[in-house]
Design a protein around this ligand. Sequence first.
Ligand SMILES: NC(=O)c1ccc[n+]([C@@H]2O[C@H](COP(=O)([O-])OP(=O)(O)OC[C@H]3O[C@@H](n4cnc5c(N)ncnc54)[C@H](OP(=O)(O)O)[C@@H]3O)[C@@H](O)[C@H]2O)c1
Length: 242
Amino acid sequence: MRIAVIGGTGLIGSQVVTNLNAAGHEAVPHSQSTGVDIISGRGVDEAMAGADVVVNVTNSPTFDEASLAFFRTSMDNLLAAAHKGGVGHFVILSIVGVDQVPELDYYRAKTLQEQILAAGPVPYSIVRATQFMDFMDTVLSWTADDDTVRLPATPIQPIASKDVARAVAEVAVGDPVNGIHTIAGPEVFPLDELGRITLAHKGDNRTVVTDPTAGMFAVVKGDVLTDRNAHLAPTRYTDWLS
Ligand SMILES: NC(=O)c1ccc[n+]([C@@H]2O[C@H](COP(=O)([O-])OP(=O)(O)OC[C@H]3O[C@@H](n4cnc5c(N)ncnc54)[C@H](OP(=O)(O)O)[C@@H]3O)[C@@H](O)[C@H]2O)c1
């Protein structure tokens, strides 16, 4: 199969390209660095030409309100080109629980991305994943100072990016599900506990203070970011850290 991987130079996209090519497919990465801009539309028609499948694993440069315009414009441009080019399957990567946290601009933007895809003219699959293990350092940095890291006890089910990429590649070469395929890590941790495990592993002596008001995940109510019925990935967090 010929697969256009939009965002194919990013954390997930680069691994999706590698997996697909290793499986004998022809996966081509596209991004601004290869001359494709999904906002202006530059190079998008050419990227779709001859593609059986499009995998869109791009990301917005910001997580704020501007992310809504990013996902709206990019999906409009990509879907129009995919339809014109006769693409038979359009895959995006979204987030478990994304439609249950409207307080977060970025989650509303990703929900909008899902809605535009589902309402569009191309058969599709939405892969929803839990938080990437690779994202944990960023989460800790948001609320850290010299002595402490403040984190809420929000339940998180971290997944390794390599497991995400494997699942996205498998979905891409399967039939469109015209719905959601959910993947998650094998274990659930309160975020503050995950912070303690992470700092201990790094030999970082800062203290994790449980603070229900700290950081982006403070607005998340209950365990909406976890899914124990998802397809569970194999990699455990402590093994990944090692
Ligand atoms: N972090 C998490 O825990 C998590 C959980 C579930 C789902 N997700 C989703 O996973 C997806 C992929 O994330 P990631 O971490 O792999 O992203 P990433 O590493 O930041 O990669 C983003 C890719 O998008 C490309 N891109 C950005 N703007 C573009 C534009 N205007 N035109 C063309 N390409 C553009 C980038 O390349 P250039 O800069 O060269 O253009 C890059 O290849 C995101 O949609 C995110 O919502 C994330």
